[in-house]
Structure formats: structure tokens, C-alpha cells
Design a protein around this ligand. Structure first.
Ligand SMILES: *[C@@H]1O[C@H](CO)[C@@H](O)[C@H](O)[C@H]1NC(C)=O
Ligand SMILES: *[C@@H]1O[C@H](CO)[C@@H](O)[C@H](O)[C@H]1NC(C)=O
Ligand SMILES: *[C@@H]1O[C@H](CO)[C@@H](O)[C@H](O)[C@H]1NC(C)=O
Ligand SMILES: *[C@@H]1O[C@H](CO)[C@@H](O)[C@H](O)[C@H]1NC(C)=O
Length: 372
């Protein structure tokens, strides 16, 4: 190998100068975007009259102190007979108490707290007739709850009569979102309405989102199949021995690596346009540490929670929750093990770190069987 020609070094220098300039431009852009988004949120808070981004709760709501045991069962035995409202009151109270403890834990702060901005208010549906607010969390039967609210509005007498295509058609279903009201109206409803949402095991939820958006009828989901999947594959698919990223659709492994890459997502997610609610955390969607919800139902005990929510909201004589097929909401460890088999511990730990807030806030046990 002889010495390289001088032209080579000139070319290299130009290349470095060019790279440096690019970095500067990017840095500037980033700062500008940051300033603008901060300002937008602040302006919104001002309009809302929310100073500290928390809303005072209904102080008359009874909240018994927690029993000292740390291992309270938040996933009660599903085989037991229908619980009385008092029994379920104590389950719900324990859940709310845990939530409030975790919300105060400063270590987890950036995974648990969310400003009450337009995005969060967009997630919350309003029933003014019955003073109810419902925060939408995808993949936990929220279509059924929307049907319940539509029925309450009076256009249909039973949930079974509502056509499927109407439920998600915001122009026709008659449901209002909290974001469509004035700041005073919003504050009033957040203070005094009955507020609830439903959660499920965070990893099961991600499996469900993956299979719904990238596997079932993937051809019809253009945003996911054409834009999002190829971008994730380009960045996260491991190359094979020939340096190729084998073709075929998104693998669960790619999805896990993407979700757990907090730094990488800061750059990638904005390219996907509006935020993707299907894999945002419950904390980001519903701001549970900043809005005083009355009930947080669990998908795993949906049967009991649905009945309890209808009673607490005072609507059990007006509407019933659609029939729940047996076993559909049960936690399935085998399924989780199956999806995560072959995925590196490092990638699973990163994924867990990203979703730890949701595990801790809602009492879902850390999946040791995947992490160790
Ligand atoms: C706060 O959360 C961290 C991480 O889960 C945990 O290790 C710690 O014990 C918690 N602190 C308190 C006071 O509960
Ligand atoms: C939360 O903050 C910690 C350090 O305070 C940081 O390492 C972590 O990446 C943050 N998580 C998110 C989701 O921003
Ligand atoms: C607060 O909750 C109590 C008990 O659940 C209820 O009776 C009362 O009407 C509520 N107050 C407001 C302002 O919603
Ligand atoms: C759990 O998931 C596995 C694998 O997907 C499936 O074969 C099995 O039927 C499921 N079990 C239950 C109880 O639904």
C-alpha cells in the first residue's frame, strides 16, 4: 500500500466540514422545536387555568388507608363468585392507594407524570348526561366502553344495536372529547365527574398492539405497514451473515428493540407524524398521576370491573356491558413467553425500563421470568 494522494485528504476534510455543518443545523432545529413545544404546552396550561398540572380530587370520596401488607392482591382470584360492591370497593381503593404511592416516587417521575395537555384531553370522552369521563386506552376493550357511552346518549337502546363502523366514526357517534370544551368546562368536569379507565398487563398489551397493527390484515393498515414497519426494520433489524436484513414483515424482536430505544425514538417517532397511541404508556395517555380518577379497571378482571364501574357511575340500570367471551381477558403467561423467546435479555430489560411506570402504577408484577 503506497501513501494516499493529497486529493484524498482534501476530500476527507471537506467531508468532515460538511458533517460538522449538518450537526450544527440539526442542533439548532432541535432547540427551536423544543422551545416551540414547551411554549405550546405552557400556553395551553394557561388557557386551562391549570397551574401545577394537577386537579383537586373529590375530597369527600372515601379512600381508606392502605393495609400495611405490600403484597395485596391487585389481581384477585377470578374464579370467585360475583363480588359485592363493597368487596370491589376495597380492591379499587387498594389500586388507587398504590397509584398514589408510586406517583410520589421521584425515581419514576418521568415515567409516571404527564402534563394535562391537549393530547391527554383528546383521549378522554365525555358523557354530560351522566357526568362521566372515560379515558381511552387501546387494546383493552375500549370499543365496548365507547358503545356503553353511545347507548347512554340515547341514540340506541342497547349496545348490541350499535353498528361497528359507527363506533369509531367521531363525526357520527355523537361522543365528545374533553378537548373540545372550554378551559372552565374542562376544569369543572375533571373536578366533579366520575372518571375511569382500563389497563392490562403492559407486555400483553404490546403483544396485542403488535399483532393487531402488523400481523392481522396488515395489508390494509397503510400507515403501519408502509411507513412505520419499514422504518423500524431499517433501524433495528439485525443483519444476517451476509449483512442483509432479510425481507418479510416486522418481527416482534424488531418491535421490542424499537420500543426500548428511548434515545432512538426521540428521532424516529416524530417522522411517524401524530403520536401512536397503541404503544404509548398508560401514563402518557391518561395522566393518572395528575387527574384524580375514581376507578382504574383491570382487563384481567374485566367482568367484575365492568359491573363495578357501571354501579359506581350510577348507570347500571340503564346499560349493560357487552357479553365478555370466557377467558378472553385472562393473563396468558405462555403467550408472553412465546413472543419473547429468542429475544435478548438486554432488549427485554430496556423494554421493561421504558414501561416500568405502567407496571408499578397499576400493580403488575415485574416479569422476572423474562428478565433473569
Ligand atoms: C421508587 O421506585 C424505585 C424503582 O422502582 C424503587 O426501587 C424504590 O424502592 C421506590 N421508592 C419508594 C420510596 O418506594
Ligand atoms: C427518565 O429519567 C432518567 C434519568 O433521570 C433517564 O435515564 C431516562 O431515560 C428517562 N426516561 C424517559 C422515558 O425519558
Ligand atoms: C364526591 O363523592 C361522593 C361520594 O362518592 C359523592 O356523594 C359526591 O356527590 C361527590 N361530589 C362531587 C362534587 O362530585
Ligand atoms: C395462551 O396462549 C397460547 C399461545 O398463544 C395459546 O395456545 C393458548 O390457548 C392460550 N391459553 C389460553 C388459556 O387462552
Amino acid at each position: 500500500m503506497g501513501p494516499l494522494p493529497p486529493a484524498f485528504y482534501t476530500k476527507m476534510r471537506h467531508r468532515w466540514l460538511f458533517l460538522g455543518a449538518c450537526c450544527l443545523v440539526l442542533l439548532n432545529l432541535y432547540l427551536v422545536v423544543k422551545i416551540i413545544s414547551h411554549r405550546a404546552v405552557d400556553e395551553y396550561k394557561e388557557r386551562l387555568g391549570v397551574q401545577s398540572t394537577t386537579v383537586p380530587g373529590n375530597t369527600s370520596r372515601k379512600l381508606p388507608l392502605p393495609t400495611a401488607e405490600k403484597t395485596v392482591s391487585l389481581q384477585p382470584d377470578q374464579s370467585s363468585a360475583a363480588p359485592t360492591i363493597d368487596e370491589w370497593d376495597s380492591v379499587n381503593d387498594k389500586r388507587l392507594q398504590l397509584l398514589s404511592t408510586v406517583c410520589k416516587n421521584s425515581t419514576l417521575r418521568n415515567l409516571t407524570h404527564t402534563p394535562i395537555n391537549k393530547f391527554v384531553l383528546d383521549r378522554i370522552f365525555v358523557s354530560d348526561k351522566h357526568n362521566i369521563l372515560f379515558c381511552q386506552t387501546p387494546k383493552v376493550g375500549n370499543t365496548q366502553w365507547k358503545k356503553v357511552l353511545i347507548t347512554l346518549d340515547g341514540a340506541f337502546s342497547r349496545v348490541e344495536e350499535i353498528p361497528e363502523n359507527l363506533v369509531h366514526d367521531d363525526k357520527k357517534n355523537g361522543l365528545r372529547r374533553l378537548s373540545s370544551l372550554t378551559p372552565q368546562e374542562i376544569t369543572h368536569r375533571l373536578r366533579s365527574y366520575f372518571k375511569f379507565f382500563i389497563v392490562r398487563d403492559p407486555f400483553e398489551r404490546l403483544i396485542s398492539a403488535f399483532s393487531d397493527k402488523f400481523v392481522k390484515n396488515a395489508r390494509f393498515k397503510l400507515r403501519y405497514g408502509h411507513d412505520i414497519a419499514p422504518a423500524i426494520i431499517r433501524k433495528y433489524r439485525r443483519r444476517d451473515r451476509d449483512g442483509e436484513r432479510a425481507a418479510s414483515g416486522l418481527h416482534f424482536e424488531d418491535f421490542v428493540r424499537y420500543l426500548g430505544d428511548i434515545e432512538g425514538r426521540r428521532h424516529l417517532d416524530p417522522q411517524f407524524g401524530k403520536p401512536i397511541i397503541h404503544w404509548m404508556t398508560y401514563a402518557e395517555l391518561c395522566a393518572p398521576c395528575d387527574i384524580p380518577y375514581d376507578v382504574i379497571g383491570h382487563h384481567e378482571t374485566l367482568e367484575q370491573d365492568a359491573g363495578y364501574i357501571l354501579k359506581r357511575a350510577g348507570i347500571e340500570h340503564l346499560v349493560s356491558y357487552p357479553a365478555i367471551p370466557p377467558g378472553i381477558s385472562r393473563y396468558n403467561k405462555t403467550k408472553i413467553e412465546h413472543y419473547f423467546s429468542g429475544i435478548s435479555k438486554r432488549d427485554i430489560r430496556r423494554l421493561y425500563a421504558r414501561f416500568q411506570g405502567d407496571f408499578d402504577l397499576f400493580g403488575y408484577q415485574k416479569p422476572y421470568f423474562l428478565l433473569n
